[in-house]
Design a protein around this ligand. Structure first.
Ligand SMILES: CC(C)(COP(=O)(O)OP(=O)(O)OC[C@H]1O[C@@H](n2cnc3c(N)ncnc32)[C@H](O)[C@@H]1OP(=O)(O)O)[C@@H](O)C(=O)NCCC(=O)NCCS
Length: 197
């Protein structure tokens, strides 16, 4: 799959690879503590953030395990870069993938996160033939837990005090969904949309 083909459109969003000019938009939320927790590349200052951003920009294909595709989450109406969403190919043999996502605070609680994650999970199953997609979030991350549950993901594990994070006991939630469960829930979502209409 080439970079140009890596654009997904949803009702309100365009998901596309990050561009050089997106740096300021990403910088505005990248170093927030509630976002940093989920990033492989930590960024304590602008220089570290630029290194992290350049790494995200290079995440444009899933050809081998360990690779990641990262999309900018762009609002259709005005082109605002609101956040990013990534799909990591975690295990080739068992076709496992991981989804990660973050939005700037100004864009939260409007359903944009759900819309972006929904699109990337659909892509993971349809285009990359993944068997299972999972997400890991902090025990206290009510927003991410709700988002994942509402998309039909199952809470498979709740690790209590499994590690220390910034000097405090950490809790971790592991959510997942199988390809066949996603197909089923997509049908249910379609049916309920018809009912409402
Ligand atoms: C998690 C995150 C992406 C959610 O994005 P969002 O666009 O605000 O999510 P949505 O608007 O789609 O909301 C999803 C659900 O969570 C709920 N929600 C959102 N923010 C919430 C909050 N701060 N507290 C409680 N519930 C919240 C919404 O009400 C919605 O529930 P509903 O379907 O019952 O209405 C965003 O909060 C974020 O970027 N957080 C920091 C990074 C992060 O936690 N990433 C997750 C890594 S796995």
């Amino acid at each position: 799959m080439t970079k140009n083909e890596l654009t997904v459109k949803t009702d309100r969003l365009i998901l596309r690879p990050l561009e050089r000019s997106d740096f300021d938009a990403v910088l505005s939320y990248y170093s927030l503590p509630d976002v940093q927790r989920y990033l492989d590349w930590k960024a304590r200052d602008k220089i570290e953030a630029k290194v992290a951003f350049d790494a995200l920009r290079k995440q444009t294909r899933l050809t081998r395990p360990g690779e990641i595709i990262t999309f900018a989450i762009v609002r259709k109406t005005d082109g605002a870069v609101m956040g990013h969403v990534s799909l990591r190919w975690a295990d080739a043999h068992a076709a496992q993938g991981e989804v990660r996502f973050a939005l700037g605070p100004a864009f939260r609680r409007q359903g944009f996160g759900s819309e972006a994650v929904n699109a990337v999970i659909t892509m993971g199953f349809a285009d990359y033939k993944l068997h299972r997609i999972f997400a890991v979030t902090a025990g206290k991350n009510e927003a991410a837990a709700k988002l994942l549950k509402h998309l039909g993901m199952r809470l498979e594990a709740h690790y209590r005090e499994h590690a220390l994070f910034q000097g405090e006991w950490d809790e971790e939630l592991h959510f997942a969904i199988l390809d066949r469960e996603w197909q089923r829930s997509a049908k249910v979502r379609d049916l309920s949309r018809h009912k409402v209409a």
